[in-house]
Design a binder for this molecule. Structure first.
Ligand code: NDP
Length: 479
């Protein structure tokens, strides 16, 4: 059985205590590999390796840094098929989708490799009085913690800017989906990344994650995951005055105004509801529809969702794969039960599905559409993070904005309208870090990415990420 070992100082190693966790294939419910069950001793080894590598990496020539990070991108691209298959088996997502995500992992490295060459510091000149310039210097050893839904995509989204700005990294992927992070170590060695610059420690959040966050010498934490975990991390890191970036949960509205292009709105809403089994923090799980087109939208949406095929993620015909873990499968099903108790009417789905053949014991759930729920009920307030959407009618723009803003979250929102003024007016009023108008998940890596309220603190992407992973120092000269 494959052993998913830690990657420390450029070498694959078992955890110090030589303990192992089971790693499941969610599409058939079987254990197919073992994960190093690391603890604070492994984090310490990773920290020591990173700290040893830091003095040379931080002064490495920008062009050399660019070449190495860009080479990592090239190697990820060259290994796209193998990495996508590994991701699909580990996470349950369809392989065709994993291929796009692996492409994005390469783009993350390519984007921040070039950013390293372009990043510049500001200067402030007060003529005849003073000149100030800002140095943006690497921080040192930083920690990156990522979730299970878009494993290599989100792991690299953090690591790439951290490395591009001259930091050394101790990173922890989710223990639920560690495989592609494991494979990345080999690629980094092949690309010539100096040993110790990137260290990957596997294991459980409360053990490895906690050790990383509470390590006194790890100066910044970039975390993506659930809001409850984010709160816990903040409670440890804040009194230690660590820099913190928290990308957390969402309960995103998808607002359909009567003036929209209905066909496009329906087609994209199917994706924004069910892509990756709804396990994307940006998925629109609350569809709000202007009353005059409610029935029209509902009928067309149900028809389109009925066409989604679910099953073996390695079969390209299937649009949806398996739910990532048994625990998450049970959680999603429990929310469907809750929705029923809250008076929700299941318009489509609502059940688990038995896969065919080898997938008979996989964790599959039908795409589920629910209506007739108040916007204040738990189903419409709490993050489900699965293939479940609710439909809610609204009368006025004010009501749509009120319902949208009524949850504790504020990550992303889609608006569907052909009224340009309405689009801008509503975008301005929504409490959300990201607004898509007549589209969804269109990403330009230069834009600020992140949420408001309980969806997080700080922004990733472009210069925001480069600034997060550097400390600003003001140097002032009196003229
Ligand atoms: P979790 O918060 O459970 O886990 C995220 C990461 O944190 C995992 O690596 C986990 O390890 C680790 N972790 C868990 N407990 C601790 C701890 N005490 N200290 C340090 N690290 C810890 O989230 P999920 O993996 O379940 O991911 C789903 C969540 O992520 C959803 O809420 C989703 O909305 C959010 N998300 C947000 C995004 C954004 O950009 N805003 C993007 C994608 C997802 P382990 O898995 O081993 O327990």
């Amino acid at each position: 059985m494959i052993k998913i070992q830690n990657f420390i100082d450029g070498v694959y190693k078992d955890a110090v205590e030589n303990n192992w966790l089971d790693n499941y294939n969610p599409a058939n419910g079987t254990v197919y590999s073992m994960i190093a069950d690391s603890d604070d001793k492994d984090v310490e080894l990773a920290y020591q390796a990173a700290n040893k590598a830091y003095p040379n990496w931080k002064v490495s020539h920008l062009e050399d840094r660019f070449k190495i990070l860009n080479r990592i991108a090239e190697l990820i691209d060259l290994n796209n098929d193998a990495l996508a298959e590994a991701e699909s088996i580990d996470q349950g997502k369809p392989k065709w989708l994993a291929k796009n995500e692996i492409k994005r992992a390469a783009q993350n490295f390519r984007f921040f490799a070039t950013a390293a060459m372009q990043f510049s510091n500001e200067s402030h000149h007060n003529e005849g009085f003073s000149i100030n310039y800002t140095l943006r210097q690497s921080i040192g050893v930083v920690g990156c913690i990522s979730p299970w839904n878009l494993p290599l995509y989100l792991f690299t989204w953090k690591i790439a800017p951290a490395l591009a700005t001259g930091n050394c990294v101790v990173a922890k992927p989710s223990e639920i989906t560690p495989m592609t992070a494991f494979l990345l170590g080999k690629i980094c060695n092949e690309a010539g990344l100096p040993t110790g610059v990137l260290n990957i420690v596997h294991g459980l959040g409360p053990k490895v994650g906690n050790a990383l966050v509470s390590h006194p010498k790890i100066k910044a934490i970039s975390f993506t995951g659930g809001t409850a975990t984010g709160k816990h991390i903040a409670s440890i890191a804040a009194p230690m005055f660590k820099k913190l970036s928290l990308e957390l949960g969402g309960k995103n509205p998808n607002i359909i105004f009567a003036s929209c292009d209905l066909q496009k709105a329906v087609k994209t809403s199917v994706e924004s509801s069910f892509l990756n089994q709804g396990e994307i923090c940006l998925c629109g799980s609350r569809i709000l529809i202007e009353k005059s087109i409610y029935n029209q939208f509902k009928i067309a949406f149900i028809e389109e969702v009925k066409k989604l095929k679910i099953g073996n993620p390695l079969n390209d015909e299937n649009r949806m794969g398996a739910i990532v873990s048994k625990m998450h499968f049970d959680k999603v099903l429990s929310y469907i039960e809750l929705a029923k108790q809250e008076g929700g009417e299941i318009l489509l789905g609502g059940e688990s599905i038995k896969g065919n053949g080898d997938n008979a014991n996989g964790w599959f759930i039908q795409p589920t559409i629910i209506e007739n729920l108040s916007h204040e009920c738990r189903t419409n307030q709490e993050e489900i993070f699965g293939p479940v959407v609710t439909l809610t009618p609204f009368d006025t723009e004010d009501e749509a904005v009120m319902i949208s803003n009524s949850t504790p979250y504020g990550l992303a929102c889609s608006l569907w309208t052909n009224d340009l003024t309405q689009a801008h007016r509503v975008a301005e009023r929504l409490e959300s870090g990201i607004i898509w108008i007549n589209c969804w998940l269109v990403r330009d890596l230069r834009t600020p990415f992140g949420g408001v309220k309980q969806s997080g603190v700080g922004r990733e992407g472009g210069w925001e990420a480069m600034r997060f992973f550097t400390e600003a120092k003001n140097v002032c000269v009196k003229l």
